[in-house]
Ligand binder design. Sequence first.
Ligand code: MG
Length: 375
Amino acid sequence: MRGPDPRRRVVLLGSTGSIGTQAIEVIAAHPDDYEVVALAAGRNTELLAEQAAALGVPRDRAVCAAGDPTALAALAALPEADVVLNAVVGFAGLPATLAALEHGKRLALANKESLIAGGPVVAKVRAAGGGEIVPVDSEHSAVYQALRAGRPSEVAKVVLTASGGPFRGRTRAELATVSVQDALTHPTWNMGPKITIDSSTLMNKGLEVIEAHELFGIGFDAIEVVVHPQSVLHGMVEFCDGATLAQLSMPDMRLPIGLALGAPDRLPQAFGPVDWATIGALSFEAPDLDAFPCLALAYAAGRAGGGAPASLSGANEVAVEAFLAGRIAWLAIADVVDQVLQSGTGNVENTADVLEADRVARERARVAVAEREAA
Ligand code: MG
């Protein structure tokens, strides 16, 4: 039975990663609003133990769940939990997403696989009612906020911004010889190597387009990407009368994390407010699809649906790993993904189908990488 404690009870999956640790900062700063009831991490047992001690989480509720999606799903289904923050990396996060929604929880979602590869499966569970998803990603959080300004039937277009990454403005020819180090130097956001490379190819934005489609039920023709190098405006919604509502803040993930935990309430504390006197010019430009074909590949995979987004994501991971290992050129990342998508993608009905689509795509991508290495 729920006592008089008004605090939202949070299950934090992926607590030792970048999103997890920032979520703990937000929660620790607002002890009257939130209580962490369970934690799960992949391999960093030392930090997990520290977090559990600091937050007063019992030992048996601080789970080292490396590669154990069942344990994560069990935590996501805990009866006392109000909010499940899913910041697990990879497919291990998908069963936890399904469990949280099936049990009627608020799902603060940062796990990409849940909506990209697992989109069709998650859509079924959402359609059955129960839980709700509030996005943690900055662009989707911006759209989530802007959508409040009108009715769903009044939405004309959703716009996601992209920083453009380190190679913005370069031509395809100029991109033929870029190094791993060049690609790892992101101008505005500080992130891990995989997502930083995805940002340099615009694949990250392409994956976010698919996520936006799944989250908000908006068709791909009504989702636009615009390059905005300052990363201050994160996303916007254009309504049928031509009015555009946007969300702006300095790059700081604690704002969208806080909103995902507490929405519709906002945090009482500001993270990344804009100083208008010093911000200077904000600029916008169309993405160059010739230099950054991954964005077009993601739209194509999203429109194809079924197993195509899972294949896109799986093939891209293999291609990015190969690039980071110095095995293929930066431009070949898109070529590998394209080759895998061309080889055909099946349908997905359940989690097993999603995992199979991913496995096949990775296998084909490894072959495509090896072909390029030998050439
Ligand atoms: Mg993002």
